[in-house]
Design a protein. Structure first.
Length: 195
């Protein structure tokens, strides 16, 4: 597996483009749509912290490749998602740091993004396994990950610090290369049902 390079992915009216400073105002608007930073179980930045959030994502390369999730026609920024914890030596990457404006949650946006990222991970990058992780109290995220067809690997106890100073358990999921054809078919089916 090669380390991912900056790439733009597009389908179903969405574009995933490498996250950069030019997306700051759009991310501020997306975070403000629902005041997402107030959720204790996410890492959504406050509007004032968006520039630092983007700078941090960029400095984490090559272990993280962050994307702005945008409307392909208008350029409106819906949120962000990333490949992270990329380990080429074992052909493994994770998808995370994902959040979207409240107005596009429970739409085709997340399913399309995951289809784009998983297709690129398995079919271009050559991943053997793609992982996901979420807060043990983020039941919405857990359900969304499970709807993708990911398998629950387990829970890492006392694993990460939340913004409020409490320590979370982290629920881990993954999709293996051999499972990808069935997962891909299911994601396409879900998107066709929404069309």
């Amino acid at each position: 597996m090669d380390a991912p390079i900056a790439v733009t992915l597009e389908a179903n009216g969405l574009r995933l483009e490498p996250l950069g400073p030019e997306h700051a105002d759009g991310l501020r608007n997306a975070a403000s749509d629902g005041e997402l930073w107030k959720l204790r179980i996410t890492s959504v930045p406050t509007p004032e912290a968006v520039d630092e959030y983007i700078a941090t994502a960029i400095t984490m390369r090559p272990g993280r490749l962050a994307f702005a999730v945008t409307d392909a026609a208008s350029g409106r920024v819906f949120g962000t998602t990333s490949y992270h914890d990329i380990v080429p030596a074992i052909s493994r990457a994770e998808i995370g740091y994902t959040w979207y404006a409240r107005s596009v949650q429970r739409t085709h946006v997340n399913t399309t993004c995951k289809l784009l990222l998983l297709t690129h991970a398995f079919e271009t990058m050559g991943c053997a396994l793609v992982g996901f992780r979420t807060d043990n109290f983020n039941f919405t995220s857990q359900a969304a990950i499970e709807r993708l067809g990911a398998k629950k690997d387990g829970v890492l106890r006392h694993h990460a610090l939340r913004r409020d100073g409490t320590v979370r358990d982290t629920v881990m999921y993954s999709i293996a290369r051999g499972e990808w054809p069935e997962v891909k078919a299911q994601l396409r089916y879900l998107l066709a049902r929404r069309a």
